[in-house]
Design a protein around this ligand. Structure first.
Ligand SMILES: Nc1ncnc2c1ncn2[C@@H]1O[C@H](COP(=O)(O)OP(=O)(O)OP(=O)(O)O)[C@@H](O)[C@H]1O
Ligand SMILES: [Mg+2]
Length: 203
């Protein structure tokens, strides 16, 4: 009862990450297929030309089928990479079948950053993305989210939250990542939409 908000958030991260990792391969595959059927009929997604996604890690829902669908639809797909020079910021690198991949410090695959003429090649300024599919560890009935604890998505989405500028965020999660109410901090950006295999929440 005397836990600080930060301790409560860490405890939630630990519990939900464990339940996500406990999903069987079959449950994971089922979840991805069900999620796909909602994503490919969503008007904002159908209209989007540039989207950012993440590759599944730590039991997250696998977006491989959705990424392939985006490629078939000629949408440009981007993956986030932690900015090597600007602490706390993400860079979005185009992801295609030919993208050379690295393994980052968390053991997650990410596109290799290529520098050409002093600029990062194949990147998209955040403001030119149409949709940011936002990863999360836990979400609640008001669209609040807790992520992995880096604050990357809170920083990225704060212009959208403050001024409705920049890409539109859509959270993607397994159903087991839902809790009725999360302990939130004043910098947390709530999401306007979260899609799970069985629910489409609009807040
Ligand atoms: N807009 C912001 N500007 C500067 N720092 C921020 C901002 N938003 C969050 N932070 C910092 O990021 C740290 C982690 O925040 P938090 O615990 O909410 O991460 P998270 O939401 O779980 O992570 P993520 O957004 O990467 O999924 C906090 O110390 C917070 O001060
Ligand atoms: Mg946060």
């Amino acid at each position: 009862m005397n836990d600080t908000i930060s301790e409560q958030r860490d405890a939630i991260r630990k519990t939900i990450r464990a339940s996500r990792r406990a999903l069987t391969n079959e449950a994971q595959q089922n979840a991805s297929e069900k999620l796909l059927s909602t994503l490919i009929t969503h008007p904002k997604i159908l209209k989007a030309k540039r989207v950012s996604v993440t590759l599944a890690y730590d039991g997250e829902i696998d977006l491989t089928c959705f990424i392939e669908w985006c490629w078939q639809q000629n949408k440009q797909v981007y993956l986030p990479v932690v900015h090597p020079d600007e602490p706390g910021q993400l860079i979005f690198v185009e992801y295609t079948l030919n993208t050379e991949m690295d393994i980052n410090r968390y053991g997650i695959k990410e596109p290799k950053l290529i520098i050409e003429n002093s600029c990062f090649a194949n990147t998209c300024p955040v403001t030119e993305l149409d949709i940011v599919f936002t990863p999360l560890v836990a979400f609640d009935q008001q669209g609040n989210r807790i992520g992995m604890g880096g604050g990357y998505y809170d920083r990225l989405l704060s212009p959208w939250f403050e001024k409705q500028t920049g890409p539109y965020p859509i959270g993607l999660a397994h159903d087991c990542q839902y809790l009725d109410a999360l302990p939130i901090q004043n910098w947390d950006v709530p999401l306007p939409e979260i899609i799970t295999p069985t629910h489409h929440f609009c807040f």
